[in-house]
Design a protein around this ligand. Sequence first.
Ligand code: EPU
Length: 301
Amino acid sequence: MKQQIKQEIQDFVKGEVLFSEPLKRHTSFQIGGPAEVLVIPRDIDDLQNLINYLYNHTISYQILGNGTNLLISDQGLSKVVIKMTNLFNWIKFKDTKVKVGSGAKLPVIAKKAAERGLSGLEFAAGLPASVGGAVIMNAGAGNLGSIGDLITQVKVISPTGKLKQYQRRELYFSYRKSNLQEKEEIILEVELELKPADKENVHNKIQELILKRKQTQPLTMPNAGSVFKNPPGDSAGRLIDQAGGKGLRVGGAQVSTKHANFIVNLGSASAQNVLDLICKVKKLVDDYFGVELETEIIYLD
Ligand code: EPU
């Protein structure tokens, strides 16, 4: 990217502009080379100005949420990376509906919903994702539900900087998929419909799910959640485990010994280590069960 472009971005953006920012600081895997430019917009106008500028200069960008489902290349990204978590992390309840900014974190929303005796988001209490990332990926937890089930409206900004609102009927969600993945739009806010329920029950359900995750997932080590999608009717974790994949290692990346569908960063893993380990695991499961696993985490390069 030309120096002049970087200078102009720094001059007009009101939020933070960082150059050569190590993306490992922004991903739960703690892996990823530098972003040539990383912008944390201050408000919607700031974001809109930036998108317009990038569009007019045909510069590509990458949106970053909470970075919990990502593997970023060791070479980093020679794009403008726009980090959304500090922007739009507000949460507003109205009756059984809740409107949230795309930077709000799922566990925070789930907890506030529980305090109001609203059910539906219990599954999300242990998913560290931002709303924007969760909606794009239709994040969920097993058969406990996924965020797409609750959505009534989504407000986005288009790659040309225009604001747009989608109604439920225009949106399609399936397992870890949404039609928002095809559009290069940035999610700004989301409205969810919840159900009135007994406060105590909602709270207890959340505690139970968080406890189960602590007991079964390697949450104390850097990771990016489930690495593979569950094949229909089965579980990637079970298949990898039974094929003998637990503990398999490439450099600093290891298949968790606690949950086989997690890869943990032992401290010095490169993105290449993780990619090589993913290949090994896929081959192992294919040789053993004849099942081709599909990755859930997103690789950015
Ligand atoms: N299993 C094994 N060995 C393992 C891991 C799991 O045999 O090493 C077995 C378990 O005993 C269980 C089955 O596999 O019978 C399913 O495992 P689990 O209940 O842990 O659920 P999962 O299908 O692996 C899904 C989501 C998780 C979510 C949990 C909540 C996917 C790909 N993963 O995991 O989501 O936390 O349910 O129960 O759908 C994520 O998406 O990042 C994520 C962590």
